[in-house]
Design a protein around this ligand. Structure first.
Ligand SMILES: C[S@@+](CC[C@H](N)C(=O)[O-])C[C@H]1O[C@@H](n2cnc3c(N)ncnc32)[C@H](O)[C@@H]1O
Length: 204
């Protein structure tokens, strides 16, 4: 594992409150709405990649999904997410590792990633992410990516990011996935600024 990267994120989640990071959302409404549109079964396997302290897990648990997995590079984020879920934490499969070296024992019907894929800025890492996602999403399963758009920030959490358009994101994934839908949306940060995101829904 890349220790500098892990330390970066451990440091963030050790030193900042939940709402002191730009990506914080009281309610992850966009993700929730688009997951609802997929009409998943309650026992479909769902993973939130780079989940951090996202509140999407709680929403999915409350909707009755019973095969939810969490993945993040940060143990600190994972521990804080467990605390936030209380007794519901036993309903989630927890993974603390770099997504690029993730080797799950199951395939997922939904792979949801908000604001993680855009941190990969070189071709090798982007290809590796695609390989890991493709391998671990079931046939007919969904890949939902929320990245900074071409009008979004150039950095997140002090790290460089890749910005995407519908065309450039589709170009990366189109050999293995069909693009079902995409849209651009502004995220209102806790600091009263906006960040333009692109959301793409792909089907394998
Ligand atoms: C901008 S935050 C987004 C968090 C969450 N998805 C949300 O919407 O609130 C990016 C998250 O990705 C995690 N992360 C960054 N690089 C990662 C990697 N290579 N593997 C796994 N997680 C990673 C970070 O620890 C952080 O929680």
């Amino acid at each position: 594992m890349n220790n500098d990267l892990k330390n970066h994120w451990e440091n963030i989640y050790s030193n900042k409150a939940e709402n002191e990071v730009s990506w914080f959302q009281t309610v992850p409404k966009t993700s929730h709405q688009l997951i609802n549109k997929l009409n998943l079964e309650s026992n479909d396997k769902i993973i939130d990649i780079g989940s951090g302290r996202s509140r999407i897990l709680k929403i999915l648990i409350d909707e009755g999904f019973n095969n939810i997995s969490y993945l993040d590079i940060s143990k600190e984020a994972c521990e804080k997410s467990k605390i936030a879920l209380g007794d519901d934490k036993s309903k989630v499969t927890w993974n603390v590792e770099n997504v690029l070296s993730f080797k799950p024992k199951m395939k997922y019907k939904l792979w949801h990633d908000r604001a993680v894929f855009h941190f990969f800025t070189n071709k090798k890492d982007i290809e590796k992410y695609k390989e890991v996602a493709t391998k671990n999403i079931s046939d007919g399963g969904y890949l939902v990516l929320g990245t900074f758009s071409i009008n979004g920030p150039k950095k997140c959490s002090g790290l460089d990011v890749s910005q995407y358009s519908e065309q450039s994101l589709n170009e990366i994934f189109k050999s293995d996935f069909n693009l079902l839908d995409s849209f651009y949306i502004d995220h209102q940060t806790p600091f009263d600024t906006t960040q333009n995101f692109l959301f793409c829904i792909f089907k394998k």
